[in-house]
Every structure is written in C-alpha cells, then in structure tokens.
Design a protein around this ligand. Sequence first.
Ligand SMILES: NC(=O)c1ccc[n+]([C@@H]2O[C@H](COP(=O)([O-])OP(=O)(O)OC[C@H]3O[C@@H](n4cnc5c(N)ncnc54)[C@H](O)[C@@H]3O)[C@@H](O)[C@H]2O)c1
Length: 358
Amino acid sequence: MNPATQRPWRIAVIPGDGIGTEVATAAVGVLEAAARAFGLELDFVWFDLGAEKYLREGVSLPDPVFEDLRDHYDAIFLGALGDPRVPGQRHAHDILLGLRMRLDLYINQRPVKLLHPDLTPLKGKTAQDLDFVIFRENTEGLYVGVGGTFKQGTPDEIAINEMISTRRGVERIIRAAFEHARGRGLKRVCMADKANVLTHAHGLWQRVFKEVRAEYPDIESRHLYADVAAMELVRAPEDFDVIVTSNMFGDLLSDLAAQLVGGLGLAPSGNVHPGKAGLFEPVHGSAPPLAGQDVANPFAMILTGAQMLEWLGAEAAGAAIEEAVRQALAAGEATRDLGGTLGTRAAGAAVTARISAG
Ligand SMILES: NC(=O)c1ccc[n+]([C@@H]2O[C@H](COP(=O)([O-])OP(=O)(O)OC[C@H]3O[C@@H](n4cnc5c(N)ncnc54)[C@H](O)[C@@H]3O)[C@@H](O)[C@H]2O)c1
C-alpha cells in the first residue's frame, strides 16, 4: 500500500506508558522472527516518549523529534499512552493526536477478524462471517476540537463542539475504502452515516459517496444509517467487507466490532496516509493496573505489527504472524484475559516459536 517505501524499513518504536513497553517488546520479538523467516530488513529504533519523559523533562513531542519521525521512518509502532500521574493526559494528547494530525493520517484502518470460534459472543457465527475492515475518518468530524464554552460553571452554561466535514476529507476516505476493496478483491463497501439528522455534514458524505461509488461499478455499495449499521453488525456481520464512516461513528462501530471477535486484547489498528509514515497501535490503552506484572495480552500489539508489515508491502510476513496467533489461540496458548495461563512474554514467545518453526 505504500509504494514509496524501499527496504530496509525503518520503524520507530514508541513503547509509551503502562503495559505499552511489555506488549511492544513482545511484538518486536515477533516482528524480528518474521523478518528472519521472510528475509526482511527491519531497522527498529526505540524512542523515549511518554509519561516518564513528560514528568521528568516537561516535554511530550518536541519538534525535532516529530521532524525525525516524519522524515526518516517508514512506520511508527506505538504501544500505548496514558498515565494517571499526568494531569489531563497532556503528553498522550500531544503525541498521539499530534502525530495523527501533523502527519495528516486520515485513514484509521481497523481490521476485524475472528481468530478463534470461541471468541465471538455471536451465536452460530464463524470466522467466515466475521472478517471485515473499518475505514474511519481520522482527522475531521466531531473530534477536531472546534467549539467552546460560554458562561462556564453557571446554570446558563453553553458547551459547543462543531462537526467539521470537508469535501476533500470526505472524498479521500471514501476513495481509500473503495481502493482497498478493489485492491483486495473485496466485493462490498458500506458507508455508515447519519444524513437523516446531520443533514449538512452527512449530506456531503452522501453526495460524495454517490459520486465516488460510480467510479467503482465492480464493487457493490450501499449506505446504512450508523445506528442501523450497529444493529446489522451484530445481526449479520457476514454482510460486510469494508465499512467507511466518520470519525465519531467509526470510533463507536469499531469498538463494537472489536468486541465481536474477542475484544481489546486482540484489536489492532493503523493510522495511515499513503506515502507517509503510518502510525500503528493496538486499540487498547496503557492499562495502568496491569503494568509491570507480565500479564498484559500482547496479541493486539502483535497483530498490529502484522498489519504494519502488510501496509509496508510484506503481506506474506503479516499473514504468517496472523496465522501464528491463530494457532497459538487454537492451542490455548494465551494470556489470562482470554482464559489462558501465559504471561505477556510467554504469549509472545508462543507466537515467535511458530514463526521461527515456519
Ligand atoms: N491509543 C492509546 O494509547 C489509548 C487508548 C485507550 C486508552 N488510553 C489511555 O490508557 C489509560 C487507561 O485507559 P482505560 O483503562 O480506559 O483503557 P485500557 O484499554 O487501558 O483498559 C481497559 C480494560 O481493558 C483491559 N486491557 C486493556 N488492554 C489489555 C491487554 N493488552 N491485556 C489485557 N487486558 C487489557 C484493562 O485492564 C482494562 O480492564 C488511560 O490513560 C487512557 O487515556 C490510551
């Protein structure tokens, strides 16, 4: 997906806070095994960014570090950010939103795949039924922070957040979803919106969707209102291949979807913009109560690594990592959150061993 990239790939690792370091260490071990098995050159550089640095030095993402990440890396591999000692999670905001916004990573790509039949709460649904991807718009919508408060702290207080949709922003995410479908031989793209009530912003989404879909006659396309899409994801997940949606609805639908295939411990994501360094992170946070105990599930971070390799162009290595996780789950080699008995390091080693064994 990122044709500008040449090997060896330079990957910036930001382990971050809490369980971030543990899951990043396990996942980098898996990626190194995959690199050996598939003849890839992966150059990992670890970055000390996160709560500790912020508390120690008062810096979150200094400009020279941002510029280094932007100019010298193919991908950024982020564990998690969030620490109760930092008021307002200022550092996490600066690093995570700073990278997403400053690199203009407009695609939040969240694959949803059932890797073990026992992991879905849906009766009778199989791995064939639960295999789709969500393209969430990542730079606009209701999350841009435009708005304000008036008469704050009084009974007359007014609070406003404005939803921003631009023609350019809407078109590029819809097009990315169709391109992904076509590139992967997927048959269906569904847009989830609320044009019935958000008549202005999502009226634009509807108009752009109609125009763009006309360029992809080989792909079946439909739209669902986002609330109906939530119901349909539970009732008939097999009807979806690619879902494209706005920032807020993507946030909600992708968490619902993650829970259909095993939850946070297995949910990967990528923030990408073709031609730029992609930011790959598990959906979960830093889980402070679990930190430093070797109990966190590393599979979401490992699957995030697989997604990163696929995006860089090493599809076979990415697929092999996913298959190794599938086999580990089938063998019951998992952490406690999935009913297993392994620690973080051992769960990572279980995947590494399968990749190294070929
Ligand atoms: N992208 C990110 O970096 C990101 C995402 C979400 C939350 N956060 C931050 O993380 C901190 C904690 O947030 P939270 O508790 O709401 O969400 P969280 O994802 O850290 O934890 C939610 C629940 O899931 C469990 N969990 C999460 N990841 C797990 C794993 N890998 N293995 C086993 N169990 C796991 C946790 O123990 C907890 O019960 C906060 O500071 C929050 O702002 C960061």
